[in-house]
Every structure is written in C-alpha cells, then in structure tokens.
Write a protein that binds this ligand. Structure first.
Ligand code: NI
Length: 139
C-alpha cells in the first residue's frame, strides 16, 4: 500500500523565559541575552504522521484523531500559559527552549500513537516565529 504523510497545524500563544538551571548568572546572560526576560510567542505546532493509505477509507488516519491528540495533549495545556511555571509536564526541563518543547511535545503525542492503529509519528515541528523553527524526529 502507498505510504503518505498527513500534517496538522495548531496555534497557541504562550510566555516563557530562557534561563538554564545548569548555567550561572553570567553564562545565562551571555547565552540568552534579552530572552532571559519573560516574553511571548505565537507558536505554530505542526505534526506529521506517516502511514499507509488505507484502501477502504483512503486515509492514513482520521485527521480528527490527530487534531484531538494535539489539542488535548498539548494545546489545551500550554495555550495562554507561562511555560516555565504553569505546565506540569514541562517542569523537569532544564530550560524552556523551542528544542526542548518539541521533544516534550513528541513524548506527549507518542503516548497516543498506539491508538492510531498503525500510523507513526514522523515529525514534530515547532515554529516559534516564521523564521525560527525546530524539527524533531524522535531520538
Ligand atoms: Ni522566546
């Protein structure tokens, strides 16, 4: 059966600051500059799922299921929140970068993958802005 990628996008607004637990005051200042201050982004989360196109349904999976997984596992938890303090599943991260967010979001979605009956999470793309984008493929 042919394999295809399906993609769904969700947007959320959230605040964060870049301040690494494991760096000292001076190193944090040099590394993150003004991004140490609390500021916000309109994030775009783009998730790609890869799988065989079902001969009967003509679909890799129902996009409604991907959308609900993204909303329930991620968007509903992070939208209009201060990511450094308000979101329990982010509290173990050493610093709230876009990279670490993408990895954390992958883990949340991976927990839903078994329920999709075959299709696999392929990419989590988190866009902090139109020009700053992180892709995570697992591992
Ligand atoms: Ni930022």
């Amino acid at each position: 059966m042919p394999v295809a990628d399906i993609v769904h996008l969700e947007e959320f607004a959230a605040a964060h600051r870049l301040h690494a637990r494991d760096l000292g005051v001076q190193e944090n200042a040099e590394t993150y500059g003004a991004c140490q201050n609390i500021h916000g982004h309109n994030y775009v989360l783009e998730v790609t799922v890869r799988g065989e196109v079902d001969a009967r349904t003509g679909m890799v999976m129902n996009l409604v299921d991907l959308r609900s997984a993204m909303r329930e596992e991620i968007v509903d938890q992070v939208d209009h929140r201060f990511l450094n303090e308000d979101v329990s599943f982010l509290q173990d991260l050493p610093v709230i970068t876009t990279e670490n967010l993408a990895i954390a979001f992958w883990s949340r979605l991976a927990a839903r993958e078994a329920g999709w009956g075959g299709p696999k999470l392929h990419r989590v793309r988190l866009m902090e802005s139109q020009s700053n984008i992180v892709d995570y493929y697992g591992e």
